[in-house]
Design a protein around this ligand. Structure first.
Ligand code: ATP
Ligand code: MG
Length: 583
């Protein structure tokens, strides 16, 4: 049964509508109490966060009810499918933390069986070979309010249909010459039931079956049949397939033997603000060079999120939080960002890194002296312990943490002002050194040796605390700061103005900072390690960084909890509205 571990009060979480269906089926001992789901990607692109949602749902249901999940490649369209996509999909599902064990299947493995199913339909008089072109078929389908026109080939004798279908397979005809259609009802109010095409001729090699086939089944004739062949009990798909369900059931009722039927259930697809989520559009961004690759850290692909610094845990948690809906909606991308922030806040090692360094010389600190100071690794997790941070006469601080003429609310370093260096000492600014262009090249300070550890024995208060890095111990690193890929929360909106979604791309989605200075602790970091840079955000060592090169960090997410702020604002507004109502 559904686990309720993550419910603090020990109360059972309310079931979503899919879980309700599954429990009802179990109660009735449908399918002998089996729960078997599948994740069925078409290998024509990399998986995105929407797919992650579907993966979590399918594998999650199986986990909760002692069931199984298959990974099935829906590879019925050889035009767009490639091995590299299959490889990336396998990698992404595993990385998310799910395992299909030995159940990796391909719709193309079923081509022979699907062909037999089609023959069965023809023999029943439920399918026929049509000579109308796909274009003509489309034009004679009618409209939702008007019935379609029956094909002149609809009543072709069964023997002739069998012969033609056989010859279609044998390669006797060119593409588009004949189509196999189901014979259902050209007047059905559901357009999907108006004699849909089941097979088309395509003289094109398939990545897995090679030249073996020149006829390929349509999605509708492959999907439900594959579910049936694999013994799937609950076939979860997105809402746009709801009107295909009667066809799904009709086909199975005419093909299947015995009682067992897979059941299709639809849920709302995940949409995110500031994000496009169609593989076609993502492919366009890759092919036209707007991003580096499918796994560019700005992409909403699973591999892009991974490279950006997302954890599988944060994506699973996000998926859980957004829940399962029956109606389409758009989720604020800030919710995704916040799932990562919450996860890394609990787990990430804190370090100090100066992104835009300016040198500070502590004039009363002896030149040949250095010392090691104690720093907390993670205030959220005592078990992560402490580390030593080296300190010396010359350090770096952020350029933005100093102002020569500070405005009123600036509490950081300024001439004559005393601030705390985190884990170190209080320092007071005595002056600055400038170059010929008037730029500050050095800030000169004194320190108070009595304030070691950042505490003053006399209880003297300072308003600012700065992060810093000892200059001679610093590790030079590169930091890539990412921003949203699109400027508008609905990138597709520009379509209304006749513009392409790419006109909405954010020209400032990447800033590379080449001269950052990190504390030496980071020397031992490995690709994909994640850290909180104090006061700056969460950062991840780039997956493709190699030891020996300058270390590269990707900013995964900023520190500021903009989501909490938004939620609070909304809550406040809600309360205000309620008050107004009471009046
Ligand atoms: P896209 O429209 O983004 O190209 P797709 O639906 O064509 O995606 P498939 O490879 O056919 O991609 O999808 C595999 C599975 O993932 C399907 O079951 C599909 O319903 C599900 N899926 C795809 N996009 C989303 C989404 N945004 N939210 C939830 N599930 C999704
Ligand atoms: Mg699809």
């Amino acid at each position: 049964m559904v686990n309720n571990d993550n419910n603090e009060e020990g109360k059972r979480k309310p079931l979503n509508f899919i879980e309700q269906i599954v429990e009802e089926d179990l109660k009735n001992n449908k399918n002998g109490g089996r729960v078997h789901t599948r994740f069925p990607p078409e290998p024509n692109g990399f998986l995105h966060i929407g797919h992650a949602k579907s993966i979590c749902l399918n594998f999650g249901i199986a986990e909760d009810y002692n069931g199984k999940t298959n990974l099935r490649f829906d590879d019925t369209n050889p035009l767009k499918e490639e091995q590299k996509y299959i490889d990336s999909i396998r990698e992404d599902v595993h990385w998310l933390g799910f395992d299909w064990e030995d159940r990796e299947f391909y719709a193309s493995d079923y081509f022979e069986q699907l062909y037999e199913f089609a023959v069965k339909l023809i023999k029943q008089g439920n399918a026929y070979v049509c000579e109308l072109t796909p274009e003509e078929i489309k034009n004679t389908r009618g409209t939702p309010t008007e019935p379609g026109k029956e094909s002149p080939y609809r009543n072709r004798p069964i023997e002739e249909n069998l012969d033609l279908f056989h010859r279609m397979r044998a390669g006797e005809f060119e593409d588009g010459r004949y189509q196999l259609r189901a014979k259902i009802d050209m007047a059905s109010p559901n357009m999907q039931m108006r004699d849909p095409i089941l097979y088309r001729i395509r003289h094109i090699a398939h990545p897995r079956t090679g030249d073996q086939w020149c006829i390929y089944p349509m999605y509708d004739f492959a999907h439900g049949q594959s579910d049936y062949i694999e013994g799937i009990t609950h076939s979860l798909c997105t809402l746009e397939f709801a009107n295909h369900r009667p066809l799904y059931d009709w086909l199975l009722d005419h093909i299947a033997e015995g009682e067992y039927r897979p059941r299709q259930i639809e849920f709302a697809r995940l949409n995110l603000s500031y994000t496009v989520m169609s593989k076609r559009k993502l492919l366009e961004l890759v092919n036209e060079g707007y991003v580096d690759a499918w796994d560019d850290p700005r992409m909403p692909t699973i591999s892009g999120l991974r490279r950006r610094g997302y954890t599988p845990e944060s994506i699973r948690e996000f998926s859980e939080k957004v829940g399962i809906a029956k109606r389409d909606n758009v989720i604020d991308v800030a919710l995704l960002e916040n799932s990562l922030r919450e996860d890394l806040n609990k787990r990430a090692q804190r370090v100090m890194t100066v992104l835009d360094p300016v040198k500070v010389v502590i004039t009363n600190y002896p030149e040949d002296q250095e010392e090691e100071l104690d720093a907390v690794n993670n205030p959220e997790d005592e078990t992560m312990g402490m580390r030593k941070v080296p300190f010396s006469r010359e350090i770096y601080i952020e350029r933005a943490d100093f102002m020569e003429e500070p405005p009123k609310k600036f509490f950081r370093l300024a001439p004559g002002r005393e601030v705390r260096l985190r884990y170190a000492y209080y320092i007071t600014c005595e002056g600055v050194v400038k170059n010929e262009f008037g730029e500050i090249t050095e800030i000169r300070c004194t320190y108070d040796p009595e304030t070691k550890g950042g505490q003053s024995p006399d209880g003297r208060k300072v308003k600012g605390t700065l992060h810093w890095v000892s200059a001679k111990h610093a590790l030079p690193v590169e930091v890539r700061q990412y921003d949203r890929l699109f400027m508008d929360e609905s990138p597709d909106k520009v379509k209304e103005e006749g513009k392409d979604f790419k006109s909405n791309l954010n020209p400032d989605s990447l800033h590379i900072l080449e001269n950052c200075m990190a504390e030496p602790y980071l020397k031992n970091a490995k690709p994909e390690d994640k850290f909180q840079f104090e006061r700056k955000g969460y950062f991840c060592v780039d997956r493709y960084w190699k030891p020996g090169e300058k270390m590269v960090f990707n900013r995964a997410v900023t520190l500021k909890d903009t989501w909490a702020k938004i939620a609070k604002q909304q809550q406040n507004q809600g309360q205000k509205k309620q008050k107004n109502k009471k009046k």
